[in-house]
Design a protein around this ligand. Structure first.
Ligand code: FES
Length: 156
């Protein structure tokens, strides 16, 4: 069990052996920005300012230079000791950080499917309900980051 403290807010969580930092934070009622949750998109980049971690994320989402500079992916990093993790780059307010991970459900229909070469398809969804819904947690696109992730569950 390792203690992980989040700068700049100062809150501390406990991380079980082998548990990713993102998973521990979300399960203990905190929110960190994330997308894919498997080390592929780079949305959950943080800086390890103290302690040791093991990061199994891809070099696609986090370059060797970033890793050498102390950056890590919260979704694929497991603490090897007590750590301090700076989440300033996520741009969260304290209220957002403390709000936890809220799931919001929207009913949509598929408006169109577009081929986007070489292995990606664009899917346009039209909101059905609630009609005035707004996706409240846009993923901030950083230069060099690739794509956005919104979990979708399809009936049938
Ligand atoms: S959520 Fe961590 S790399 Fe995508």
């Amino acid at each position: 069990m390792a203690q992980v403290r989040f700068a700049p807010f100062g809150d501390t969580i406990e991380c079980a052996e082998g548990q990713p930092i993102l998973s521990a934070a979300l399960s203990q009622g905190y929110f960190l920005r994330y997308g894919c949750k498997h080390g592929g998109c780079g949305t959950c980049k943080v800086v390890v300012t103290d302690g040791d971690i093991e990061d199994s994320g891809s070099s696609f989402a986090l370059t060797h230079a970033e890793r050498s500079a102390g950056w890590a992916l919260a979704c694929s990093s497991r603490p090897l000791s007590d750590c301090v993790i700076d989440i300033s780059a996520m741009g969260l307010t304290r209220e957002e950080f403390l709000a936890g991970d809220r799931v919001e459900t929207f009913d949509t229909v598929i408006d169109s499917v577009t081929d986007l070469p070489p292995t990606i398809r664009g899917v346009t969804l039209r909101l059905v309900s609630p009609p005035d819904a707004v996706y409240r947690r846009p993923v901030r696109q950083r230069r060099g980051s690739r794509g956005r992730y919104v979990p979708c569950f399809l009936d049938g």
